[in-house]
Design a protein around this ligand. Structure first.
Ligand code: HSE
Length: 310
């Protein structure tokens, strides 16, 4: 049992939300990228932010981490301030749950530092206060996988109700991130507020098929179900060369492809650790021709969620 600690450092992973048909309700955490957040108690009541690796708002009222942190501290009655250092090794606005990583990391670190004893599930509601600042909406498909790890379905956010989806061990993820800015709030604003019955039925069938396919390791069912009729048809227009990238990826043996969260990052599933050098080369040449920088990340699904690293 740690007592009277003054500082906690956590790693809070990036995540892929929506995952095709699971708009706002399905997401998974990924390895290797995320926020490292160090939270240190101060002797006064101020919140002092430091951001490394990305330009983040340093005003505590405008930063997702501090908004989430304040919500938690108000709930537990903690009046002291903090130094909050966020080291970000991926770009905010990439579609990889940057705001969720910061909000979850800050709240989880505070729970550890203040020894408040909340469960991960109970902390979700505070992290969502930060997420809502970034996207204007309380959706948990980045926050929940970042907090709990794994591949999750979110039935309800406040209070959290949801479930873990099992997935095959050899499921690998390729992230393709063309460096073009897309704000989640803008990517939400372009979506129609109503869907047709036909599209609702299609989405529900794809969601059921994707979950069954993941749980059974049935790659043809995953491939047939990893489609989104709610957001992807509208949002893909915001992502340069989306159709060409999809074509390259699917011709190179992917099990599925779609937008990661609100984009511009895209993700693909592969069912073995196959060499992806040629796929990446082809995609790179598409973006080079447009003078758009593109980054790739190969990952497995992160099963741990946010963790203390010291
Ligand atoms: N489900 C969210 C969206 C994820 O697609 O807008 C991004 O926050």
């Amino acid at each position: 049992m740690r007592k009277n600690i003054n500082s906690v450092k956590v790693f809070s992973p990036a995540s892929v939300a929506n995952v095709g048909p699971g708009f706002d309700i399905l997401g998974f955490a990924i390895n290797n990228i995320g926020d490292t957040i160090t939270l240190t108690k101060r002797n006064d009541e101020s919140y002092v932010m430091e951001a490394i690796g990305a330009e983040l708002p340093l005003n505590p009222e405008q930063n997702v981490a501090t908004v989430a942190l304040k919500s938690f501290c108000m709930h537990v009655g903690h009046k002291g301030g903090f130094d909050i250092k966020i080291e970000k090794n991926f770009t905010p606005g990439s579609g990889l749950g940057s705001s969720a990583s910061s909000a979850v990391g800050a709240v989880y670190a505070a729970n550890e530092l203040l020894e408040s004893g909340f469960s991960r599930e109970e902390l979700i509601t505070f992290a969502l206060d930060g997420e809502a600042l970034a996207s204007g909406n309380r959706h948990g498909d980045n926050v929940v996988p970042c907090m709990l790890g794994g591949f999750v379905g979110v039935k309800n956010c406040d209070p959290y109700e949801g479930f873990q989806v099992s997935f095959p061990d050899d499921l690998n993820v390729l992230i393709v991130f063309p460096d073009v800015p897309i704000k989640t709030s803008e990517a939400r604003a372009i979506l129609p507020q109503t869907v047709t019955l036909k599209d609702g039925i299609k989405q529900a069938a794809n969601m059921a098929g994707l979950i069954k396919g993941l749980m059974d390791g049935d790659y043809s069912l995953i491939k047939a179900s990893l489609q989104d009729v709610f957001a992807q048809p509208h949002r893909k227009k915001m992502i340069p060369q989306y159709d060409r990238v999809e074509d390259i990826i699917m011709k190179n043996g992917a099990i599925g492809f779609n937008i990661s969260g609100s984009g511009p990052a895209m993700f693909a599933f592969f069912n073995k650790n196959q060499g992806l050098t040629e796929v990446k080369r082809q995609i790179e040449s598409v973006y080079n021709a447009e003078q758009i920088h593109v980054q790739f990340l190969e990952s497995t699904i992160n099963k741990n969620g946010v963790t203390v690293v010291q």
